[in-house]
Write a protein that binds this ligand. Structure first.
Ligand SMILES: Cc1cc2nc3c(=O)[nH]c(=O)nc-3n(C[C@H](O)[C@H](O)[C@H](O)COP(=O)(O)OP(=O)(O)OC[C@H]3O[C@@H](n4cnc5c(N)ncnc54)[C@H](O)[C@@H]3O)c2cc1C
Length: 483
C-alpha cells in the first residue's frame, strides 16, 4: 500500500486525507497545533463557544457533495439551519436586512430604490449561470493549464473576465447602499470589487440564491465531522507534530521530519501555507522566490475579538455587517497603501442569537472582525485602540451599552496568524482571487521541482474560503490517484 503524509489539518488537508484514504492509500497527518482544524479551530471559554475563523456557511451544495462522495450526508454529522434573516447591514442612516429568499430581498431592495428588484432578479439569474459554470466545471479543474478555463460556456462569457464586478453592479444600481450590499460577497475572494472580474458574481448567487446556513454548535462541527470521517477511513492524525523538514533525495520526496524523527512516505501533500511549506525544503527545491511571494496580492489579515457578554444584546442578528464608513477608503488601506484603517468597516457575529448552545443562558457570544492589510505592525496598544473604536461604533449603531457587559475578551491578529499557522505576513484568508491570480496563475498544486510533492489549501487552487478548501483537497487527491 502506498503511503501519503499530509502536513496540516485544515479543511484542505482533511479533505485530501479523506479522498486519499478512500482510494486505498495509507494516510498519516501531521499538525503543528494541539487541535485539528487550522484557521477553523474553536475557542471554548466559560461556557461560550467561538469559531476562531470562518463563521459564514455558504454554498451548502459543496458540503453536500463532499459528504456524498463518502456515501454520507451532512445530517449524519451536524444539524444545519438556514438563517432568516441571513444577515443585517448597518449603514450610517439605515439598516438593510437580507432575508432568506429572493422575494424578501426584492422587497428590501424596492424599499431602498424603486425599480431595483427587477434589476436584481436579472443580476441573480446571470449570477446563477456563472455559479453553475464556475462550481460545476471550472473550479473542479486542477489549474495545470490555461486551456482548462476554455469551455463552451466560458468562451461565451469571456467579456465577464475583463469587466469588474463593481462595473456590473454600478451599471444596474444607483443607491450606494445597494452597491455595497452587492459588492460585499466578492470580499470573500480576498480582493477589491473593482479588481474582481464580473464572472465572480457567482458569489452573489451563493449569497442571495443559496442562502446563509448555520451548523448547530458552530462551524467547528464541520471540522469534527471531517476528522471523524477521516478516522473512519483509517487516517492517522498526529497533533502537536510540526513538520520541520521535507525530505528529498535526487529530486524525489522521501517524507518529512517531525520532532527529530524522519517519517517516510511515497507522497507528501502540504495544506500548511504554501510559502512556509517551501521553506521546509532546501533552497534548490523551492519553486517560487521571496520576490514572487512579496509581489502577490493577499487576501486581508484580520484583527479579531472574541467576547463573552453577560447579557443578551439588542438589535442584532446572527451575522451583522457595519458599513457605516467609507468602503472604498478602507479597501485602499488594505490593498493600495497598506496601513491601519482610519475608519474601518467591521463584521460582528453572534451565533448565540440563533443557537442557544453557543453561550450560557441569557448571555451572548460575540465575535468581531476588522479586515486589515497583511504584514502590518501588531501591538497590544493598537489592538486596544481598535477595540475601543469598534465598541463605540457598535454601541451607537445598535443603540445600547455593551462595554460594561464584557465578561472577557480575547484578541487575535497578524502576529497570531504567523505564530499559530506559519502564515505569510499573517494573512488570514490566503491569496486573493484576482484575474492574474486565478486557476493556472496561482501557485501550483504540484511541485515542479520535487517529484511526488503536492500542495493544497487557500494559497493554491481554487482559492480562499471553506468550500474552495474542500475542493482543493479533492483536486490534489485526484492528481495523486491518477498517477
Ligand atoms: C478570521 C477568518 C474568518 C474566515 N471566515 C470565513 C467564512 O466565514 N467562510 C468561509 O468559507 N471561509 C472563511 N475563512 C477562510 C477559511 O477559514 C479558510 O480559507 C480555510 O479554513 C483554509 O483552510 P486551509 O486548509 O487552506 O488552511 P488552514 O486552515 O490554515 O490549515 C493549515 C494547517 O497547517 C498547519 N501547519 C502550518 N505549518 C505547519 C507545519 N510546519 N507542520 C504541521 N502543520 C502545520 C496549521 O497549523 C494549520 O492547521 C475565514 C478565515 C479566517 C482566518
Amino acid at each position: 500500500m502506498e503511503k501519503v503524509i499530509v502536513i496540516g489539518s485544515g479543511f484542505s488537508s482533511l479533505s485530501a486525507s479523506c479522498y486519499l484514504a478512500k482510494a486505498g492509500y495509507e494516510v498519516e497527518m501531521f499538525e503543528k497545533n494541539a487541535t485539528v482544524g487550522g484557521r477553523a479551530r474553536q475557542l471554548v471559554k466559560d461556557g461560550f463557544t467561538f469559531d476562531i475563523g470562518p463563521s459564514w456557511y455558504w454554498m451548502p451544495d459543496i458540503f453536500d457533495k463532499f459528504f456524498a462522495d463518502f456515501h454520507k450526508k451532512t445530517s449524519d454529522y451536524y444539524q444545519l439551519d438556514k438563517l432568516n434573516p441571513a444577515y443585517k447591514i448597518f449603514f450610517e442612516d439605515d439598516i438593510i436586512t437580507i432575508g432568506d429568499c429572493m422575494e424578501n430581498i426584492c422587497s428590501e431592495f424596492e424599499r431602498i430604490e424603486s425599480g431595483s428588484s427587477e434589476h436584481l432578479k436579472q443580476f441573480i439569474d446571470e449570477a446563477q449561470e456563472n455559479y453553475d459554470i464556475a462550481i460545476n466545471k471550472v473550479v473542479l479543474r486542477p489549474g495545470l493549464s490555461p486551456l482548462e478555463l476554455v469551455t463552451k460556456e466560458t468562451v461565451l462569457k469571456v467579456d465577464q473576465f475583463f469587466k469588474t464586478i463593481s462595473q456590473q453592479v454600478r451599471k444596474r444600481f444607483k443607491n450606494p447602499k445597494l452597491v455595497s450590499t452587492l459588492e460585499f460577497p466578492v470580499l470573500f475572494l480576498g480582493a477589491k470589487p473593482n479588481k474582481t472580474p464580473s464572472f465572480y458574481s457567482f458569489m452573489n448567487f451563493a449569497d442571495f440564491g443559496l442562502g446563509t446556513w448555520h451548523p448547530k454548535g458552530g462551524m467547528y462541527e464541520i471540522i469534527k465531522a471531517m476528522k471523524s470521517l477521516a478516522e473512519e477511513l483509517g487516517v492517522i492524525i498526529h497533533t502537536q507534530s510540526p513538520a520541520s523538514h521535507i525530505l528529498v533525495s535526487d529530486g524525489e520526496v522521501l517524507g518529512i521530519r517531525s520532532k527529530g524523527t524522519n517519517h517516510l512516505a511515497d507522497y507528501v501533500v502540504s495544506g500548511a501555507d504554501y510559502h512556509h511549506t517551501e521553506t521546509l525544503l532546501d533552497k534548490k527545491y523551492r519553486q517560487y522566490s521571496e520576490e514572487y511571494w512579496d509581489k502577490k496580492t493577499y487576501a486581508p489579515s484580520s484583527l479579531l475579538f472574541y467576547i463573552g457578554f453577560d447579557k443578551k444584546l439588542e438589535n442584532i442578528e446572527h451575522h451583522n455587517l457595519f458599513f457605516d464608513t467609507d468602503f472604498e477608503k478602507h479597501a485602499q488601506e488594505i490593498y493600495d497603501e497598506p496601513q491601519w484603517p482610519t475608519n474601518p468597516l467591521f463584521y460582528a457575529n453572534f451565533p448565540s442569537v440563533t443557537d442557544a448552545s453557543m453561550a450560557p443562558k441569557d448571555q451572548e457570544t460575540g465575535f468581531f472582525l476588522i479586515p486589515i492589510a497583511p504584514g502590518l505592525e501588531d501591538t497590544p496598544q493598537l489592538r486596544d485602540q481598535y477595540y475601543d473604536i469598534v465598541m463605540d461604533r457598535f454601541e451607537k449603531l445598535t443603540k445600547q451599552t455593551v462595554k460594561k457587559s464584557v465578561i472577557f475578551k480575547e484578541s487575535f491578529c497578524v502576529n497570531d496568524f504567523v505564530e499559530q499557522y506559519n502564515s505569510y505576513k499573517g494573512n488570514a484568508y490566503g491569496l486573493a482571487n484576482t484575474l492574474r491570480q486565478t486557476a493556472f496563475l496561482r501557485p501550483n498544486l504540484k511541485s515542479s521541482k520535487v517529484k511526488n510533492l503536492f500542495f493544497t489549501g487557500q494559497l493554491t487552487v481554487p482559492g480562499p474560503g471553506v468550500p474552495p478548501s474542500l475542493i482543493s483537497g479533492k483536486l490534489v487527491a485526484d492528481l495523486i490517484i491518477k498517477k
